[in-house]
Design a protein around this ligand. Structure first.
Ligand code: NAD
Length: 440
């Protein structure tokens, strides 16, 4: 099938690579010329395990190419996916300007029948707006070309995106058009072989499903963080509580880890946008507001710990930070807890030395040479001479560090474990003062 994907970010590139891998002919389009230039030279602009190899192979096989021309994307496609960003607007609602720009552009360029599939995460009602935008542009030209708009939200997780795309738990399709359903069933057939994973529903339900999934996951995290704060006060250990509740199959072990808050390009913005949608429809989504408020407070947690440990002396400390990306196996730092912590420390006058296995380039872009921040290529270099080490993101190489070496090289042996990955007994026996989340 001839497929174009407009927007070559995390979702567009992973989808493009995955769809070309099974034999489709895919054209990935983006307005960012540097990004497309790089991709044509084999430079993948994001870190996502396995993505480079897939892009290289499918480009070599002639099934995947890149363009900055929307015209060429429209001309190539039987099915055109919109996978551009939907960042939060000022009031928290999703900013649809990129999506609707693409829709208008498609309407101006359309020459032959096309299925337009909205893959970006968009509020209920957006596919109708996309349809109107395309139709409006066609009307301006006085052209009549048949087209259909369907919804197909993406559920991949950064860090495991290739596996999620190639072996999805489910494929959600929202359409009221039989032909569109057939086309999308055919397109996704290679990913849907053993048991039926494609769930076809009306467009509004499909649009809402994506927000519902992220809201549910964010709620699990905020509830655990709420309970961890309570555990600290009542003298309980949230790690025992976690195991005690996870064993109930109705609850399960996944996604109930307490920590320093969730970040990333999806949960924070999608919870906010869903809350905005609710209020636009006259409904007060109290739980969603609380999920967000608990998370914002939790992102202050590590800083509060350091403040209570060091008091006024905090402004003359050097603090090491391990982990800058919002979660392991990605270089994405959008809304990452590390950013909140580093800003608070720098404002306070503390020095910060930070390490991350993949996000250092992104960190230098985010902090743009901020005074007092040193980005270290090696985790032990970051910890050298530090008054405390804060673990913010649980990258695998941090799980079993050389505590002896750390103890020797740090100025004060203070650990703040923002993800509860270290054993309190082990680190205390090695002479550290140890703080975790929700543990005595
Ligand atoms: P991203 O910021 O990584 O990529 C978006 C790309 O779109 C950018 O490269 C940008 O240059 C391009 N773009 C913007 N306007 C354009 C236009 N008019 N024409 C062509 N390209 C344009 O974003 P992302 O993380 O891939 O997310 C895309 C969408 O998918 C969002 O709605 C997001 O909520 C959703 N989503 C993201 C994830 C994730 O894990 N990142 C998962 C599921 C869904």
């Amino acid at each position: 099938m001839r497929i174009s994907i407009v927007g070559s970010g995390y979702v567009g590139l992973v989808s493009g690579a995955g769809l070309s891998e099974v034999g489709h002919h895919v054209r990935c389009m983006d307005i960012d010329e540097d990004r497309i230039d790089g991709l044509r030279r084999g430079v993948v602009p994001i870190f996502e395990p396995g993505l480079d190899a897939l892009i290289e192979e499918n480009t070599r096989q002639g099934r995947l190419d890149f363009t900055t021309s929307l015209e060429s994307a429209v001309e190539h496609a039987e099915v055109l996916f919109i996978a551009v960003g939907t960042p939060p607007g000022e009031d928290g609602s999703a900013d649809l300007s990129h999506v609707l720009n693409v829709a208008r552009g498609v309407g101006h360029l359309l020459q032959s029948p096309l299925l337009v599939v909205v893959k970006s995460t968009v509020p209920v009602g957006t596919c109708e707006q996309v349809r109107s935008a395309i139709q409006g542009a066609l009307d301006e030209r006085g052209a009549q070309v048949p087209f259909t708009v369907a919804s197909n939200p993406e559920f991949l997780k950064e860090g495991a995106a290739i596996a999620d795309f190639m072996k999805p738990d489910r494929i959600v399709v929202g359409t009221d058009d039989e032909e569109a359903e057939h086309l999308l069933r055919e397109l996704y057939a290679p990913f849907n072989r053993n048991h039926e994973k494609l769930l076809c529903m009306d467009i509004r339900s499909s649009e809402l499903t994506k927000y519902a999934a992220n809201a549910m996951l964010a709620t699990k995290i905020s509830l655990m963080n709420e309970l961890s704060n309570l555990a600290e006060r009542v003298g309980a250990d949230i790690e025992h509580v976690r195991l005690g509740i996870g064993s109930d199959p109705r609850i399960g072990y996944s996604f109930i880890y307490p920590g320093v808050g969730y970040g990333g390009s999806c949960f924070p913005k999608d919870v906010r946008a869903l809350e905005r949608t609710a209020s636009q429809f006259g409904y007060e989504a109290e739980l969603l507001r609380a999920v967000e408020a608990v998370n914002n407070r939790q992102k202050e947690k590590a800083f509060a710990r350091l403040k209570s440990h060091f008091g006024d002396a905090l402004n003359s400390t050097r603090i090491a930070i391990w982990g800058l990306s919002f979660k392991p196996n990605t270089d994405d730092m959008r809304e990452a807890p590390s950013v909140v912590l580093i800003r608070s420390l720098l404002e306070r006058g503390a020095e910060v030395a930070a390490h991350d296995p993949e996000a250092l380039d992104e960190a230098s872009r985010v902090f743009d040479g901020a005074a007092g921040l040193h980005l270290a290529e090696d985790p032990y270099e970051a910890a050298d001479g530090a008054d405390a080490l804060v673990l913010v993101t649980e990258w695998k190489p941090y799980w079993a560090p050389d505590f002896g070496r750390l103890h020797q090289s740090m100025r004060q042996p203070v650990l703040v474990d923002g993800r509860n990955i270290w054993s309190p007994d082990v680190v205390r026996r090695r002479g550290f003062t140890y703080y975790a989340i929700g543990r005595p």
